[in-house]
Design a protein around this ligand. Structure first.
Ligand SMILES: Cc1ncc(COP(=O)(O)O)c(C=O)c1O
Length: 476
């Protein structure tokens, strides 16, 4: 009774001495046995009544299979078993129906008002007042003179390369540990990405690797036209050191700050250090416009050119005249309305993500072999995603097993970004490791999982995630 009382699923799993599943037991089973004259100190094996056969499923059963079983069997839990019928987990119906997402959108109270205003003024399309207002507040938030609202973060990176005149066959250095969107625009321009490894603490571009690669390329006369530094998972790269190295060779830095809006580095907003910076307002980001992005800079000419390129490259003429290849990359006035509402509550959203991180850190503090990405010196990350690093010397379970087990408990976790040097698309690219002995980004990929990190996740839901991970690790 005590065990059942403590268990969130209100069910007890009974095994034999070898750990093989015998039966399940609920408070109802015990109540019925007491009514038939059993006493509380009686052995389970001697209890009155026929034990119900527990509903079981293999540990790697898909969500669809589990859903069908819960429906057909009308039970409150399914016992997950290994090949020898030993229980290794439990699918609780309540939890199963209560999906914990990785990073869902989190709307505030004013977004709908700005959108409704756009409707009532018929500023549905094309550009309109929400765009100008959103750009003004974005420029302020990011510590920049100019901001350009666009259809995606990828579009922002693409325009950054275009305005810096990156041409076919030019080399562009890119952080190796990133999402493919940091690289795709380099390919759009038929330029050649060169991949720079991470440093061990911040997981971002290694100044050591950058320095070595710049020296080699300077000697070979193959220096890049631009360097894209990513602030991965919302934590700032060591941007002062990286920009200082780039400056030595006169190479412009583009910050891919898609994940780090709201983070700071030396008390300056993340994305305020390079010549240009790109942000994303994709649905899973710290704030969202359903889909969108922005390019920011202090250089008015660069942003003016990017704006021209984002609207089909129209020449200043009365008629439609075009002299350059360009794009349809502008954000709509409706989506900018969502952005105005979202950016106003950015500080709260960042604070909530940082609290989520703090709770994970506290929740796993006593488990050897678990660690997290560090803030670079003098910086405060957005903790867009909390990413758990599992040291295989201490933790027996593989990250994918953990992800699958969490999925069976209705908790969405994901593998860390697969670095670019391991992508089929990038097989022939130059890669500069952190050191001759260590490829940091590949090691991180093999050890990390991204945990549910949404700013709307309530502490008791997060406790469920923490407890699930703790019990899976204990079981392993
Ligand atoms: C590091 C990084 N760069 C670029 C992007 C591209 O942003 P978007 O999806 O808005 O094109 C994303 C996110 O999707 C990202 O995580």
């Amino acid at each position: 009774m005590n065990l059942i009382e403590q268990a969130p699923a209100k069910i007890c799993i009974v095994t034999d001495e070898g750990g093989v599943l015998q039966r399940t037991l609920t408070d109802g089973d015990i109540r019925r046995a007491l009514l038939s004259g059993d006493s509380l100190d009686m052995l389970i094996t001697h209890m009155s009544g026929t034990p119900k056969t527990p509903v079981i499923a293999p540990v790697d059963a898909s969500r669809d299979v589990l859903k069908a079983l819960l429906h057909t069997e009308q039970v409150r839990a399914i016992v997950l078993v290994d090949g020898e019928n030993r229980p290794v987990g439990l699918v609780d119906k309540n939890q199963f129906e209560n999906l914990v997402l990785l990073s869902p959108p989190h709307m505030g109270e004013t977004e709908a008002t700005f959108v409704a205003q756009a409707f009532s003024e018929n500023w549905v399309a094309p550009a309109g007042p929400n765009i100008a207002a959103f750009e003004a507040v974005l420029a302020k938030t990011t510590g920049r003179k100019h901001a350009l609202a666009l259809s995606s973060g990828t579009a922002a990176l693409h325009l950054a390369l275009r305005v810096l005149n990156v041409k076919p066959h030019d080399r562009v250095y890119v952080s190796n540990l990133t999402f493919i969107a940091s690289l795709q625009p380099v390919y759009y321009e038929q330029a050649v990405p060169v991949l720079i490894d991470s440093e061990p603490d911040t997981w971002n571009m290694s100044p050591l690797a950058l320095k070595r690669r710049l020296e080699k390329d300077a000697a070979a006369d193959t220096l890049p036209t631009a360097i894209i530094v990513v602030h991965i998972y919302g934590q700032s790269a060591n941007i002062a050191a990286l920009c200082a190295l780039a400056d030595l060779y006169g190479i412009p830095v583009i910050e891919d700050a898609a994940e780090s809006l709201g983070a700071t580095y030396q008390n300056m907003p993340s994305g305020s250090h390079g010549v240009l910076a790109a942000y994303s307002f994709n649905g899973n980001k710290i704030i969202t416009t359903a889909g969108g992005g922005a390019l920011v800079s202090d250089d008015a000419a660069l942003i003016a050119r990017a704006q021209m390129l984002s609207t089909q490259g129209r020449d200043p003429a009365e008629h439609y005249q075009h002299s350059t290849v360009a794009y349809n990359y502008r954000m709509s006035n409706i989506l900018a309305g969502i952005g105005r509402g979202q950016v106003a509550i950015l500080p709260e959203r960042v604070a909530a993500r940082r609290e989520v991180f703090q709770r994970y850190q506290n929740g796993f503090a006593d488990i050897a072999g678990l660690s997290f990405q560090a803030d670079s010196a003098g910086s405060k990350g957005s903790r867009w995603l909390t990413v758990l690093n599992l040291d295989p010397d201490h933790i027996d379970i593989h990250p994918y097993q953990l992800i699958r087990r969490l999925r069976s408990q209705n908790i969405e976790a994901r593998a860390g970004w697969k670095p670019m040097n391991m992508q089929p698309l990038c097989a022939d690219l130059d890669f500069e490791p952190h050191s001759a002995k260590e490829t940091v980004s590949s090691a991180l990929f093999l050890r990390t999982i991204c945990l549910p990190s949404g700013s709307s996740m309530l502490p008791d839901i997060q406790d469920r995630v923490i407890n699930s991970i703790r019990s899976i690790l204990k079981g392993s």
